[in-house]
Design a protein around this ligand. Structure first.
Ligand SMILES: [Zn+2]
Length: 279
């Protein structure tokens, strides 16, 4: 998909920057339980944890804003060449790679026919018709882009080529599981950490990096899809100035994925931190 929605992880309870997450601010979790002797050092580390939670919240908000900025820039991006040139490059990608994929350029006139034929939701196809999305699905053997922004199809056909290669197909499939990283880390931390020894577990210390790592295969696969599209455009068209525009547009799209990965890292850190606050 392209670009990643800035709301992508908002539905995930751990990345939500809505304020319902801050319930623990009033929770008094850093108050010592009655009769429990709190060493000054422990007090201090509880304070640090609260500061860290606040900082993560601010970072999550900033990431959302930045992602929105990139998405807007991308939406305002120019087409790098004429529609018929893009169609030529796309046809060449399909032919050369033996892609068994239906390529669709979606407009208001054909959107409902596509939705019906491929059993896609009206909202999904509407986004494409409006120029807000493009996608490839291996299951439906379908790649679509907005008719007035056809250049997005070259990236989607890059995904179609990736789907034919065993290794890049694995990268593609990890996307489904990546959003569960915060929950998975939380569960793993509960299973493997010794809460009584007072030390931070490996997962507690590295939750951010681990969360980002879960999204890294997706970022790599996205970059590769764009690379394939750019390569094909370069081969079929002799248009260096236009290619620059295409590269810039694809880089903006990739940026939203990189921010998404950082967002998942922050969400993972938040999840583990909240858990340590509760227990
Ligand atoms: Zn993509």
């Amino acid at each position: 998909m392209y670009p990643i929605s800035s709301n992508n992880f908002i539905n995930n309870p751990y990345t939500s920057n809505s304020y319902n997450q801050s319930h623990y601010w009033q929770g008094g979790y850093n108050q010592p339980a009655y009769g429990y002797f709190v060493e000054p050092d422990t007090q201090n580390s509880a304070g640090k944890t609260v500061a860290m939670a606040g900082l993560l919240q601010v970072i999550a908000l900033g990431l959302n804003k930045a992602s929105q900025w990139f998405s807007n820039k991308l939406a305002a991006g120019k087409e790098f060449t004429t529609a018929s040139n893009v169609h030529r490059v796309a046809d060449e990608m399909v032919r050369k790679n033996n892609l068994d994929v239906h390529v669709g350029y979606i407009n208001d006139a054909n959107k409902y026919a596509y939705a019906q034929r491929f059993n896609i939701s009206a909202q999904q196809i509407e986004e494409v018709a409006r120029g807000q999305n493009a996608f490839f699905t291996d299951k439906l053997k379908l790649a679509v882009a907005p008719e007035h922004k056809p250049s997005l199809i070259l990236h989607e056909l890059g995904h179609a080529i990736n789907a034919k290669n065993a290794f890049t197909k694995v990268l593609q499939n990890t996307r489904r599981y990546a959003p569960f990283a915060p929950t998975a880390l939380l569960l793993a931390n509960g299973l493997f950490s010794n809460k009584n020894d007072g030390k931070k577990s490996f997962i507690e210390r590295n939750a951010g990096v681990l969360g980002f790592a879960a999204f890294l295969p997706t970022i790599v696969e996205e970059g590769l899809a764009s690379f394939r599209g750019i390569k094909a455009a370069k081969k079929v068209l002799n248009n260096p100035a236009g290619l620059k525009i295409l590269k810039k547009n694809y880089l903006l799209a990739l940026s939203t994925y990189i921010l998404g990965g950082i967002g998942l890292g922050v969400a993972s850190k938040q999840a583990v931190l909240e858990d340590s606050i509760r227990t």
